[in-house]
Ligand binder design. Structure first.
Ligand code: FES
Length: 165
C-alpha cells in the first residue's frame, strides 16, 4: 500500500471511530470509504456495519440505490462520453458504439485489465466541439470514428494518463 493510500485509509478509520453510535452516519461513512479506497470494498462494508449496527445486506441495498457509490474501483483511465443534445445530434451514438467495440465494455463498466472505465454524462460543457468525450481531465472534441480509434489506441499504448503523440 502506498503512503498516500495509507493516509486516506487512515482517514476512513478515524471517521469510523468518530461516527460510532451517531445517528445518520451511514451515508457519510460510505462517502468516507469511497474517498479513501476509490470505491467501497467489502471489508469497508463490514467495518461500517459494526459501527452503525446495520446488516451488510442492507448497506449493499443503500450503495446500489445511490448512483454516487461504486462497488468496483475505477479504471486507470476514466472515459466520459457526452450524450447531451448537441453531442447526440452530432453522432454521440456512433461514438459510443466505437468505444464499446474498442474497449469491449458497456457504460458504467471497467475493462478486465482495469485500464478503462466508461461513463456517460449529460453535458461536458463544450457543446461547440460535439461530439465530445473526456478521458481523465483531457477533452477530445469533433470526434469521428477514425479519430476516436486513434486516441484510444494511444491510451492503450501509454497504459495510463495522457495520450502522448
Ligand atoms: S451536449 Fe455534449 S458537450 Fe454539451
Amino acid at each position: 500500500m502506498e503512503v498516500a493510500e495509507k493516509k486516506e485509509v487512515n482517514a476512513f478509520k478515524k471517521d469510523l471511530i468518530a461516527k460510532r453510535n451517531q445517528q445518520g452516519s451511514l451515508i457519510p461513512l460510505l462517502q468516507s470509504a469511497q474517498d479513501s479506497y476509490g470505491y467501497i470494498p467489502e471489508k469497508a462494508i463490514h467495518y461500517i456495519s459494526e459501527i452503525v449496527n446495520i446488516p451488510p445486506s442492507d448497506i449493499y441495498g443503500v450503495i446500489t440505490f445511490y448512483a454516487q457509490f461504486r462497488l468496483q474501483p475505477l479504471g486507470d483511465n476514466v472515459i466520459r462520453i457526452c450524450e447531451g443534445t448537441a453531442c447526440h445530434v452530432n453522432g454521440a451514438k456512433s461514438i459510443l458504439s466505437v468505444l464499446q467495440e474498442e474497449l469491449n465494455i458497456s457504460v458504467d463498466e471497467t475493462t478486465d485489465d482495469g485500464k478503462f472505465t466508461l461513463q456517460s454524462v449529460a453535458c461536458l460543457g463544450c457543446c461547440s466541439l460535439a461530439p465530445v468525450i473526456m478521458i481523465n481531465e483531457e477533452t477530445h472534441g469533433n470526434l469521428t470514428a477514425k479519430s476516436l480509434r486513434k486516441i484510444i489506441k494511444q491510451y492503450k499504448r501509454n497504459n495510463k494518463g495522457e495520450a502522448k503523440q
